[in-house]
Design a protein around this ligand. Sequence first.
Ligand SMILES: [Fe+2]
Ligand SMILES: [Fe+2]
Length: 151
Amino acid sequence: MSFERVKEILTQLTKEHIILLKEVEDLENQLEKNFSEEVLNRALSFIQEKVSKHAHIEENDLDEALQEAGITDFDIDALNFGHRTLDEIAEHFEFLVNLYKKGEREYRGKDLQKEIVKTFHEFAQTLKDHFTEEEHFFFPDILKYDLERFE
Ligand SMILES: [Fe+2]
Ligand SMILES: [Fe+2]
C-alpha cells in the first residue's frame, strides 16, 4: 500500500470537519432558541453517531493506513487523546439530558436547561479546538512523512 490511502483519508476527515462544525453550530443555536426534547435527541445522535463515527475513522482506518504505508513512529495516541476529553464532556451531557427527560428541572440547585446548553457549548468549543489541532498540527505532521520518503 502507498501513501495515497493516507492522503485520501486525511482529505475525507478534513471535509467531515467542515460538515460537523456546521452542524454543531446549528445545534447550539437550536438549543438556545428552540430548546425541546426533539433538539436534545438530535444533539445526542450527533454526538453518539456522527462524531463517534468520525473519531472511529481516525483511530482505526487512519491508523491502519499509516501502518500499511510503513509509518510506524507516528504517535496516534496523541491524536486520540483529544477524543477522550470529548467523551468525558459527552458523558456529562448525556447524564444531564437523561435527568431532563425524567422530568428534573434542576441540577445541584441550578437550572437544568441552562446546564445542558452550557455543557453542549463546552462540547462544541472543545470539538472546534480539536479539529483545529488536527488540521494545523497532526495532519500536516503526517503529510511530512510523504516528503521525507523521497529525501
Ligand atoms: Fe479527532
Ligand atoms: Fe477529526
